[in-house]
Design a protein around this ligand. Structure first.
Ligand SMILES: [Zn+2]
Length: 108
């Protein structure tokens, strides 16, 4: 899976962890975004769940980069990230994304 994304000119690295992720309170996490390190970590899961988690965390990075994280509550941010991740997952084909032909945009 892709390891570097550019979000508004800033690179975000993605690490795929072989071990499951547990936060400081002992709660299991599917993944997380660390804004200071500009890094996303994705835990092991089914390919579909990992794609959804990656999208979710990427949207956290987008929210962070836009500055919206400062005015949106943590709860609202979670709902938005989850909603956008599911929307993209439902409407774009991730199974073919590995070797698919590049999406060419028609200019209009
Ligand atoms: Zn989240």
């Amino acid at each position: 899976m892709k390891k570097t994304f550019v979000i508004f000119g800033q690179k975000v690295q993605v690490q795929y962890s072989k071990n499951s992720i547990v936060d400081e309170t002992g709660k299991h996490l599917s993944g997380f975004f660390n804004p200071q390190m500009r890094m996303i970590v994705i835990g092991p899961d089914t390919p579909e769940e990992m794609a959804l988690t990656l999208l979710h965390e990427l949207f956290h990075a987008v929210v962070y980069r836009t500055g919206a994280a400062q005015i949106v509550s943590r709860e609202a941010e979670e709902i938005l990230c989850e909603a956008f991740a599911n929307f993209v997952f439902e409407n774009f084909d991730f199974k073919k994304s590995k070797k698919s032909k590049k999406v060419t945009r028609s200019k209009k």
